[in-house]
Structure formats: C-alpha cells, structure tokens
Design a protein around this ligand. Structure first.
Ligand code: HPA
Length: 285
C-alpha cells in the first residue's frame, strides 16, 4: 500500500466508475453517520459498493452503508457517498480523502458534505441542523493534514488558501431554502477531532474556548482536499447530541454520557430535515 496516492490511482477508480454510468456527476454528496437515507431518493441509481472500486476506503462503522450511488437528484447529476471512512478506523488521511479526488477527476464542481456532530454552542439541541460557516482543523494542526506528502500540482498549489472553506454563495442559498422550507438552520464553526473516544469535560471547555460550535470526527479532511482542488463546498452538521460544557470538572456532576446509539437515533430525526434542505439546494444550484 502506497502512503500517498498519485493521479494514476484516482484515474483507475474514475475509469471503473465511468464504465458504469452515462453521465458526468456535477455535485458530490457525502452522507455522514445515520444520514445515509438521503441516497435512497436518487433516481436511475447506479450503486457501487466501495469494496468494488479500486483504492476506495470501506467504512467499518455501524450507520455507514459504504456504497457509491450515482444518478439524478432533483435533475442534478450526483455522486453520493452513502457513508464515509474515518481516521479512527485506521485509514490514513490520504485514504479517507481518496473519494474526493475521484470526484474531482470525474468533474464534480460542488461538494455538499454532511456529518453528525455534538453541539457545543449552548443553544444547540439534538435534531438541529447547523450550516458550517468555517471549521477548525485541530486534527490538521496536530499534524494530520491530508495534503501532507508530494503536492498534486494537477489539483492545486502546495500551500492552498483556506480563507473561505465554505462557499459564500452556497451558504446564502442554504439560508434561503431553509427559511422557505421552514427548517430552522443554525450556523457555526465545526471542529474535527480524530476520535473515536468522545470528549472529556475539559476537552469540551477547551473546544468552546477556541471557538467551536459543534464537534465531530470527519469532514475537515475532505473539505481540505476539496478546496485544494478548487471544488466549491457546502457543509451541514446534524446535531445528534449535545456535548455540554460544564464549568468545572471537580465540582460539577457529570453531564451525562454520549453514545453512538444516540448519534444514530438522532439521525432519523435529522435525515428528513437535511433532505429537505439538500433537495431544495439542488433545485437552485
Ligand atoms: N463528539 C464527537 N463526535 C461526534 C459527537 C460528539 O459529541 N456526536 C457525533 N459525532
């Protein structure tokens, strides 16, 4: 297994996918934990399990289906990832962002990325949808940046700009369609940790202090690779649980456990809300 991938690896996957479809996908969609039902709405779907696609990482997590769904959603040619791989599963950053490179090779211009996240902002409640206005690449600051290694000049520069990771025009569209659909839309900053353990009370105080509104274990690596290759990005978090920030671990009672079951359960509530927003967006784009 190579540590880093090159264009020939991405091309091999793209060629296999192209053989199965008769269109060029314009929009990529990554569906996070418990949110994979959105892909069931894709029409004329060509479904490819990840393990049939060269070099694709296969998600091992419950709640992540692990297949690519190519087809039409709201008349847009889409490439939908029903489930994603995470760093905590043992994949390298290069592996888990591999599908984003394949999207770029196939001509995807816009990436809509979703995730399940813990709400840190005090007002957030389970079931809320949060529009990502920015992110904190904590996992990248700690050395796990997917762009580490030889730069792939065909996609973008060695030192890519990240001053606007989430596309302003797409954010404006999301705000508008959410109002029209009557889905309350929160906004905030997402922070990516490696997981798989959830946060300690002191972790959460730290994350809040540095400006995070929601915490999760994905998305930032994929967005980093997407932006490196010039793909426009919209990000949506489904707040699956609240990660309450207690003022003092020594005096406060524990604020309650966080479980993966809770995350998946909230996904059932969140999926219809996210689907309404995503479908309305696709009609506008
Ligand atoms: N913390 C980290 N990742 C998560 C959480 C959380 O509370 N909920 C869903 N993904």
């Amino acid at each position: 297994m190579t540590e880093f991938f090159s264009m020939s690896h991405f091309e091999a996957s793209a060629a296999m996918i192209r053989e199965r479809i008769s269109f060029s996908p314009r929009i990529g969609l990554i569906l996070g934990s418990g949110l994979s039902a959105v892909a069931d709405a894709v029409e004329d779907a060509v479904v490819m399990p990840y393990d049939e696609i060269p070099h694709f990482p296969v998600s091992t997590v419950l709640g992540h289906t692990g297949r690519l769904v190519m087809g039409q959603l709201e008349r847009q040619p889409v490439m939908v990832m029903q489930g994603r791989a995470h760093y905590y599963e043992g994949y390298s950053m290069a592996q888990l962002t591999f599908p984003v490179r394949v999207m770029q090779v196939l001509g995807v211009e816009i990436l809509i990325v979703t995730n399940a996240a813990g709400g840190i902002a005090p007002a957030f409640e389970p079931g809320d949808v949060m529009l990502l206005t920015d992110h904190i690449n904590l996992i990248g600051m700690a050395g796990l940046n997917p762009l580490r290694g030889p730069n792939l000049d065909a996609f973008g520069p060695r030192f890519p700009d990240m001053s606007a990771p989430y596309d302003a025009e797409l954010q404006a569209m999301a705000r508008q369609v959410a109002v029209e659909a009557g889905v309350p839309l929160r906004e905030g900053v997402y922070i990516c940790l490696s997981g798989p353990s959830f946060e300690t009370p002191a972790d959460l105080r730290f994350l809040r202090t540095i400006g995070a509104d929601a915490v999760g274990m994905s998305t930032v690596p994929e967005v980093t690779v997407a932006r490196h290759g010039g793909t426009r990005v919209l990000g949506l978090s489904g707040i699956s649980n609240v990660a309450p920030v207690s003022p003092d671990t020594s005096t406060d009672p524990p604020s309650g456990e966080t479980t993966h079951e809770e995350v998946l359960e909230a996904g059932k509530l969140l999926t219809p809300r996210l689907e309404i927003i995503i479908r309305a967006l696709l009609r506008q784009i």
